[in-house]
Design a protein around this ligand. Structure first.
Ligand SMILES: Cc1cc2nc3c(=O)[nH]c(=O)nc-3n(C[C@H](O)[C@H](O)[C@H](O)COP(=O)(O)OP(=O)(O)OC[C@H]3O[C@@H](n4cnc5c(N)ncnc54)[C@H](O)[C@@H]3O)c2cc1C
Length: 284
């Protein structure tokens, strides 16, 4: 349970962290809240020679309302997102359901997205909200769409020399409602299956819908097949049931000690329906 020896750096800016990451390449790992990386290091499943601790970069922790949406700094802790009335409900609800108080006080949004655990909560909310992930390296900033970011088990579109510096989500208008619900593991609270939904209503008709699913397959995904059942409908029972039934279409379901693939497929339908109904009840 003791990690392999490593060099420790504590940069005070994103630029300094990016320089260190460039210098040390694949020998280095970013450390944020440490709630995923440190257990891996203790088990020696990860043995980075260099640790770049971004946890103390004050300028990376914020929630700001901007013209282009709500900007969230890469090291913003779950607790701050959970308590925010500014961020869309699906995201604050997802953050509030992560693990326990200790993890929510230390774990960060950037760490959760970069790690891309198939059972993590925040990726589903980000996908449903069509959020963007802003990365920084020594020579550029990139803006990545959340539905393309989560690629496979613990695999994202993030490059080795990049830091997640910011997350951008659209501000929620009154016509839009969003929600996140999950079937959590009783011990860790990781999502066996979690579903986030966002719907926009105009004159009683759904004009936009988006559904993000986590826990079901190797990575969080957008339930694209469900959306066509919702858009153009009045979000009546028939449309919601059809959309929910399609939320797991084409998914290679995880099958492990926590739940069989068949059970996960069932949970996706049940929790998609709950998420859509809750989101719809919040859209006016
Ligand atoms: C007991 C327990 C229960 C948990 N339950 C849940 C749960 O219910 N739901 C859930 O979603 N999660 C859960 N987690 C995981 C937790 O949310 C972690 O905090 C999260 O996965 C990683 O965030 P972190 O800030 O701790 O990242 P770290 O552990 O510091 O880093 C994780 C990985 O991301 C990389 N990284 C971190 N920040 C950045 C960045 N800004 N840019 C680029 N790369 C970066 C690191 O290099 C590392 O590879 C649980 C963890 C524990 C220990």
């Amino acid at each position: 349970m003791i990690p392999a020896p490593f060099q420790y750096h504590k940069p005070t800016s994103v630029a300094e962290a990016a320089e260190l990451l460039k210098k040390h390449g694949s020998d280095a790992k970013i450390l944020a809240g440490g709630h995923s990386l440190i257990p891996l290091m203790k088990l020696r499943l990860a043995q980075p020679e260099v640790i770049i601790d971004i946890g103390a970069i004050e300028s990376m922790s914020y929630i700001q309302e901007r013209e282009e949406g709500i900007a969230i700094g890469g090291t913003t802790h779950y607790v701050d997102i959970a308590n925010s009335s500014t961020v869309p409900k699906a995201l604050s609800e997802a953050a509030a359901q992560v693990a326990d108080v200790q993890v929510r006080n230390r774990g960060t949004i950037g760490g959760s997205l970069a790690h891309s655990d198939p059972a993590a909560d925040l990726p589903a909310a980000l996908v449903a909200l069509k959020g963007q992930i802003i990365t920084s390296s020594t020579n550029e900033h990139r803006t990545l769409e959340s539905n393309e970011f989560f690629q496979d088990l613990f695999t994202t579109a993030l490059r080795e020399d990049e830091i997640i510096s910011e997350i951008l989500v659209p501000a929620e208008s009154e016509e839009t409602g969003s929600a996140y619900v999950k079937f959590g593991n009783k011990a860790s609270h990781y999502a066996v299956v979690g579903v986030a939904a966002s719907v926009t209503l105009t004159n009683g008709k759904c004009i936009e819908a988006s559904i993000g699913v986590t826990g079901a397959g190797p990575a969080a995904y957008q339930a694209s097949e469900s959306i066509s059942e919702l858009v153009g409908s009045d979000l009546g029972d028939g449309a919601i049931e059809k959309a929910s039934a399609k939320a797991g279409e084409g998914v290679d379901f995880n099958d492990d000690v926590h739940a069989s693939g068949e059970y996960r497929a069932h949970l996706v339908t049940v929790f998609a329906e709950r998420a859509i109904r809750l989101a719809a009840s919040r859209a006016s």
